[in-house]
Design a protein around this ligand. Structure first.
Ligand code: HPA
Length: 272
């Protein structure tokens, strides 16, 4: 047993002590999105991250730090408000402890949400981007050095984001008239924002949105065989033009909440 597997066992045990039944899906709620609620779902349990042994402390601003377990009688979903980031000083394995724990609890599908800057000039703050694929630009990987307790050493990432879910989410957005784009998310280490030259480079690399989370969580989820759907709340332009920095955290949170309303419609449609 390693420190990592010990942490996951401890976290799994803590959650099971507070909620012993099955959990089908989980949603990780990013910056400004923690208020997301699902119509027709009742809360079965609420667990504070600080009561989960083995889970690193939350330090990022505006991350609530609780798991709300909700059910509509057919499906049970863990709404996880708060995540860990590399920029907090955590390792890739600490950042993904929550995801590996959810897999141990039987979660088969993970919906990852985040706040991201727009590299694509067609995007506007408040829009939603469906993540079709990602570029891991962090230089870190949660699978590195693992003992293969959770999956194989070279997990397949060729369909990192589930195609069927992408189509369902697109159809849901069309039905509810949500401004939705599809694109590539590039994950960076942070916490400094990108320079304008970096942003222009990322656009040329083929990325449409940039943020400081998600890619490691997606790798971990794919590593354990979960299906993944990713949604980015576009919070600011990051086109590499002169006047786009600095972005204030207040602005980011406000636009994330606006995009969150669109995300809620999409999630309600695909999860009901
Ligand atoms: N860059 C990186 N991360 C972000 C941004 C951005 O412009 N906006 C929200 N998260």
């Amino acid at each position: 047993m390693s420190l990592f597997t010990d942490s996951i066992a401890a976290a799994t045990n803590s959650i099971q002590k507070q909620y012993a039944d099955n959990i089908d899906y989980a949603i990780i709620l990013g910056s400004g999105l923690s208020e997301l609620s699902l119509d027709g779902f009742q809360q079965l349990a609420r667990i504070d991250y600080s009561d989960i042994d083995g889970l690193p402390a939350l330090t990022a601003p505006s991350h609530k730090g609780e798991i709300s377990i909700v059910s509509n009688g057919l499906k049970t979903i863990a709404l996880c408000a708060g995540r860990h980031h590399l920029y907090e000083g955590y390792s890739a394995q600490q950042v993904t402890t929550l995801v590996y724990t959810l897999a141990q609890l039987g979660v088969s599908e993970l919906i990852i949400t985040n706040a991201a800057g727009a590299l694509n000039p067609d995007f506007r703050p408040g829009d939603v981007m469906l993540i079709e694929d990602h570029i891991n630009f962090t230089g870190h990987n949660p699978v590195r050095g693992q003992d293969q307790s959770f999956g194989i050493l070279f997990p397949d990432m060729s369909e990192a984001y589930n195609l069927k879910r992408i189509e369902q989410a697109s159809a849901a957005a069309e039905k509810h008239q949500v401004r939705l784009h599809r694109g590539v998310y590039i994950g960076v280490l942070g916490p400094s924002l990108e320079t304008s030259a970096e942003r222009r480079m990322m656009r040329r690399f083929g990325a449409d949105a940039v943020g400081m989370s998600t890619v490691l969580e997606s790798i971990a989820a794919n590593h354990c065989g979960m299906r993944v759907l990713g949604l980015s709340a576009i919070t600011n332009l990051a086109l590499g033009d002169k006047d786009q920095q600095p972005d204030t955290i207040e602005e980011v949170l406000e636009n994330a909440a606006m995009a969150g309303q669109g995300m809620k419609k999409i999630l309600n449609e695909i999860l009901s």
